[in-house]
Design a protein around this ligand. Structure first.
Ligand code: DQA
Length: 141
């Protein structure tokens, strides 16, 4: 099992940005937590973070040629705007779980739409960074 964990804009700022919403874990802490879980479960994992929409599309396309079995994606603010990321996921047809650290459903109206949700087999939200582990578990089911 080979999983790719993709994080979109501003998620590299975890531990600095709006800690009351996203918690105190840094992006590095997050990667360590996921890596540890995957090592224990014998899952191969790769990470990618970008603040640029086109780079996220490129990385999703690359995943197809790498034979990635599953994608965990937190598209950040592109969740609510990016048809291009949705189309990339639909193009590669790799099973995908969407994850949000915060509970977007209880936040501002502009966060209520998720384009990625049209493709993702499941969306996990409001569990903090533990949600990434839940997303991996979903992909392994
Ligand atoms: C987020 C929620 C988005 O609305 C926001 O733009 C983010 C992070 C989350 O993980 O809760 O950058 O995806």
């Amino acid at each position: 099992m080979k999983i790719l964990v993709i994080n979109g804009p501003n998620l590299n700022m975890l531990g600095i940005r709006e800690k009351n919403i996203y918690g105190a874990d840094t992006y590095e802490n997050l990667l360590e937590k996921i890596q540890k879980y995957c090592d224990n479960e014998n899952i191969e994992v790769e990470f990618y973070q970008s603040n640029h929409e086109g780079c996220l599309v490129d990385r999703i396309q690359e995943a197809y040629f790498q034979n990635i079995d599953g994608i965990v994606i937190n598209p950040g603010a592109y969740t609510h705007t990016s048809i291009a990321i949705l189309d990339a996921l639909k193009s590669v047809m790799i099973p995908t779980v969407e994850i949000h650290i915060s509970d977007v459903k209880t936040r501002e109206p502009f966060r209520q739409i998720s384009y990625v949700s049209y493709y993702a087999k499941k969306t996990i939200m409001g569990m903090g960074t533990d949600g990434y582990i839940e997303a991996i578990k979903e992909l392994c089911k």
